[in-house]
Design a binder for this molecule. Structure first.
Ligand code: NAD
Length: 368
C-alpha cells in the first residue's frame, strides 16, 4: 500500500485528565501509522496550566504557530484549581479562546450520540434515546457573544443597563448553513434550522438566508425551520426526529448542551471546531472532548478516553479525509462497549470496570 503524504497532527494534552486521555489517542495514531500505512507526523506541546507552569503564559507563540501549520489539532483540556486564582486574562482557558478566535473557527460541530449499550445512563426513557445520532452545528464567532455595542452603563435613577447586541450578516449565515448542509449530505440529508424569527429580526434574516441557500445550492436536502424554544422542547420529547440541527451561537450553545445530556455521559462526546478553507484547501480545525480537565479524577488512570478518541475520529473524517479509518475507529469503540468494558464513569451492574489505559488498549485491539 502506498504511504499517504505526511500530515501533521498536533497534540495538546493540557491539564488534569488531558494528558491521560490524549495518551490513548497517541497510541491509536501510532497504530494507524504502523498498521494502515498512514504517515502522520505527531507533535506534542504544552497548553493551559501546563504551559503557564513552564512558560508563564497559557500558550506560547511557537505552539500557536504550530497549530496554524498543523492539519489537525487535538486538545485534551485546560484548567484546574491550581490556576483558579489567576486573573481572567491569564487563566489556562485563555489558550483555548485564543486558538478558537485566531484560527477563526466559526463552526462548532457537536454530535450527540446515544450508544445503545449505554442507554440506561440517560435520564430519558430508553426507547426515546436509544440509537440517537444528532449533529449540532453551532455558529461560534458571531451573534450576541461578540456583537457591539456591549457593556454595562449607568442610567438615570442610580440604575445600570447591561447591553449585548445580537447581529448576523448574510455572509456569516450562509457560511455556517453551508457547513450544516454539507454535513447532512453525508448523513440523512435533513437539516433543522433554529432561530426566533417570531420575535427577532436577526432570526427572520437567518431563516430567509438559510432557505435561499438551500433553494439555490442544496435542493435535495430536507430543510425544516423551527423556533429555538420549540427545538429545546422537541429534543426532550422526540430527539430522534433530528439529523443535523443548525443554530446561531447563543441558541447553539444551549441546544448542544441539552443534546449532550440526552446521551448520559460527558466522557463519551467529542467535538470539532472548524474554520474556512485556506488557499491550499486546508481547513483550520480543533478537535476536543466536550468535557473539561476533571481535576477530581486526574492522575488516577480512571478517566474515560472515548470522547477524545472519538475526537480523533472526527479529525480523520473532517480534516484528513479518511472516512474509512474514522468508521473503523467508531466501530472499534462500539465493539468494546458491546464486550461490556466500562470506565468508572459509565460502569453499571454486570459490566467490567477498566482503567483509561485498558480502555485505550481494548479499542486498539478491536481495530485489528
Ligand atoms: P469537567 O468536565 O472537567 O468535569 C465534570 C465532571 O465530569 C467531573 O466529576 C469529572 O470527574 C467528570 N468527567 C469529565 N470528563 C470525564 C471523563 N473523560 N471520564 C470520566 N469522568 C469525567 O468539568 P468541571 O469540573 O466543571 O471543570 C474542571 C476544569 O476543566 C475547570 O478548570 C474548567 O475551567 C475546565 N474546563 C475546560 C474545558 C476545556 O478545556 N475545553 C471545558 C470545560 C471545563
Amino acid at each position: 500500500m502506498n504511504k499517504t503524504k505526511s500530515r501533521k497532527i498536533l497534540l495538546l494534552p493540557g491539564d488534569g485528565i488531558g494528558p491521560e486521555v490524549v495518551r490513548e489517542v497517541k497510541k491509536v495514531i501510532e497504530w494507524f501509522n504502523k498498521n494502515k500505512s498512514l504517515d502522520f507526523s505527531l507533535e506534542e506541546e504544552l497548553i493551559g496550566g501546563a504551559s503557564i507552569d513552564a512558560n508563564k503564559i497559557p500558550i506560547t507563540d511557537e505552539v500557536f504557530y504550530k497549530s496554524l501549520e498543523s492539519d489537525a489539532v487535538i486538545l485534551g483540556a485546560c484548567g484546574g484549581p491550581k490556576w483558579d486564582n489567576l486573573e481572567f486574562s491569564k487563566k489556562p482557558e485563555r489558550a483555548l479562546l485564543k486558538l478558537r478566535k485566531e484560527l477563526k473557527l466559526f463552526a462548532n460541530l457537536r454530535p450527540a450520540i446515544c450508544f445503545k449499550q449505554l442507554v440506561d445512563s440517560s435520564t430519558l426513557k430508553p426507547e426515546v434515546v436509544s440509537g440517537l445520532d444528532i449533529m449540532i452545528v453551532r455558529e461560534l464567532t458571531g451573534g450576541i457573544y461578540f456583537g457591539e455595542p456591549r457593556g454595562i452603563e449607568p442610567i438615570e435613577n442610580n440604575e445600570r443597563k447591561g447591553i449585548n447586541t445580537h447581529s448576523y450578516t448574510t455572509g456569516e449565515i450562509q457560511r455556517i448553513a453551508r457547513v450544516a448542509f454539507d454535513l447532512a449530505k453525508k448523513r440523512k440529508n435533513k437539516v433543522t434550522s433554529c432561530e426566533k424569527s417570531n420575535v427577532m429580526e436577526a432570526g427572520v434574516l437567518w431563516r430567509e438566508e438559510v432557505q435561499a441557500l438551500k433553494d439555490k445550492e442544496y435542493q435535495k436536502i430536507e430543510l425544516h425551520h423551527m423556533l429555538a424554544d420549540n427545538c429545546a422542547m422537541q429534543l426532550l420529547r422526540n430527539p430522534k426526529q433530528f439529523d443535523v440541527i443548525l443554530a446561531d451561537n447563543l441558541f447553539g450553545d444551549m441546544l448542544s448542551d441539552e443534546a449532550a445530556m440526552l446521551t448520559g455521559s460527558l466522557g463519551l462526546l467529542p467535538s470539532a471546531s472548524l474554520g474556512s478553507k485556506d488557499k491550499n484547501g486546508k481547513i483550520r480545525s480543533l478537535y476536543e472532548p466536550i468535557h473539561g480537565s476533571a481535576p477530581d479524577i486526574a492522575g488516577k488512570n480512571i478517566a474515560n478516553p472515548i470522547a477524545t478518541i472519538l475526537s480523533l475520529s472526527m479529525a480523520l473524517r473532517y480534516s484528513l479525509n479518511l472516512d474509512k479509518e474514522a468508521s473503523l475507529l467508531d466501530t472499534a469503540v462500539q465493539k468494546v462497549l458491546d464486550d461490556g468494558l466500562r470506565t468508572k464513569d459509565i460502569m453499571s451492574n454486570g459490566k467490567k470496570e477498566v482503567s483509561t489505559t485498558d480502555m485505550g488498549d481494548a479499542i486498539i485491539s478491536k481495530l485489528k
